[in-house]
Design a protein around this ligand. Structure first.
Ligand code: NAD
Length: 383
């Protein structure tokens, strides 16, 4: 079997989620490439070494440029903060490596476009880890929509709610808290959380035409962990926006880190002429489905337990009725990526697909500042 030599940059939350996927995919999917955990890169040699031992990486680098220069690496996986995505991706593309990159693609569309151009010029396979597409219930929603079961779509409604930054004592910047530092993250909940909602929405319901948004930074100043000084907070703590899709449907999107009681409540609902769909990350193995064409007396919301062999991906796991979880979405995405290498169809979302999401985020943030409707430029013309 052909080997695929992986070099991972970043060993935090996503470094673990990806490493788990690299190790598991071949056990559950029939792959014709053998992933090899060749090297992991982090700035702290001892901590990176400890990660390498725990997850089975053969070697360690402390400078991502050295990782990219290695001839024994085929694929660079970017699992570090957003401000590093562009430089690593462009260097990896120039070196002819395949690239997997965490979301959001970049801090903004300008950076994202440069990444797209570099990857496409080099002709290297590329994909962004918008992993929610590969949760079986979400993939099932996509199948139902593509089969035309909803008919004309009128509404799309998405939320992503958390509550971990309510205290004014939470600092910004540095390890674990780079998400609060706008220079590193690019934006707050828009790029971190709404980007997921937007990616799913573009996939399920097609392109967004225009948006109007309100954003807020509730806590204006926080101590910066790297400088030790109290500094202005530049991220959006909360964002709500209205959108018009190109298919004529209307949408509301909302995200905040100030919704007391919610840890990671990602939900979406789609209302069509014949049917509606609802999904909730806290109950991720279920899809709620309402079919108006059912006999009237029996009509009602169905709660589909997405665990049967004919549900997306589920035939690869256990027996019907036994559910899987969050980490499996990464296994599925990596398995799909490997499968795509032998075909002409790229695994999606590609960098260019993710640029479309980036453009929506940019338009949302712009509208949040000027209070106007903003047109979303097309990155693709199709999704
Ligand atoms: N797909 C998802 O659902 C999802 C979830 C969480 C995070 N993310 C994305 O994944 C990326 C990483 O987020 P995270 O939550 O894993 O962050 P994290 O803070 O847990 O980990 C970041 C890692 O990057 C490393 N790093 C920082 N600077 C580095 C450098 N110069 N060289 C090498 N390594 C460096 C850190 O040491 C750490 O290991 C971000 O882009 C984030 O938006 C995606």
């Amino acid at each position: 079997m052909k080997q695929l030599n992986i070099g991972l940059v970043g060993y935090g939350f996503m470094g673990r989620a990806h490493s788990n996927a690299f190790r598991k995919a071949g056990n559950f999917f029939d792959l014709d490439r053998q992933p090899v955990l060749r090297a992991v890169c982090g700035r702290d040699a001892a901590k990176t070494q400890a990660f390498a031992r725990k997850w089975g990486y053969e070697s360690v680098e402390t400078d991502w440029r050295r990782l990219i220069a290695r001839r024994d690496i085929d694929l660079v996986d970017i699992a570090c903060p957003n401000d590093m995505h562009k430089d690593i991706a462009i260097a990896a593309a120039r070196a002819g490596k395949m690239i997997l990159c965490e979301k959001p693609l970049a801090r903004d569309g300008r950076e994202g476009l440069k990444m797209v151009e570099a990857a496409e010029k080099a002709g290297v396979p590329n994909m962004v880890w918008y992993n929610y597409r590969r949760i079986p219930a979400v993939t099932l929603a996509k199948q139902l929509i593509d089969e035309g079961r909803l008919g004309r779509v009128f509404h799309y409604r998405a939320k992503f709610l958390q509550d971990w930054t309510i205290s004014k004592d939470v600092p910004q910047g540095g390890a674990g808290l780079w998400r609060l530092d706008v220079k590193v993250a690019g934006s707050g909940v828009t790029g971190d959380l709404l980007a997921h909602c937007i990616d799913t929405a573009l996939w399920l319901n097609g392109p967004i035409d225009r948006v109007t948004a309100m954003t807020e930074t509730f806590i204006k100043k926080r101590k910066h962990n790297l400088t030790g000084k109290i500094e202005k907070v530049g991220i959006d703590d909360a964002c709500a926006f209205l959108a018009r899709f190109k298919n004529g449907s209307l949408a509301t999107f909302e995200s905040t880190r100030y919704a007391r009681g919610h840890k990671a409540l990602y939900t979406f609902e789609i209302n069509g002429e014949h049917a509606s769909i609802f999904w909730d990350l806290h109950d991720l193995h279920r899809l709620q489905y309402f079919e108006h064409r059912d006999e009237g007396r029996l009509r009602g919301w169905r709660s589909i337990h997405v665990t049967d062999g004919d549900h997306p991906y589920m035939g690869k796991w256990w027996v019907p009725g036994l559910q899987i979880g969050y980490e499996h979405s990464f296994v599925h995405q990596f398995a799909d990526f490997l499968e795509s290498l032998g075909s002409r169809k790229p695994a999606r979302p590609t960098f260019r697909d993710a640029l479309e999401t980036q453009y929506v985020c940019d338009a949302v943030l712009k509208s949040g500042k000027n209070g106007r409707w903003e047109q979303v430029p097309s990155a693709i013309g199709r999704i």
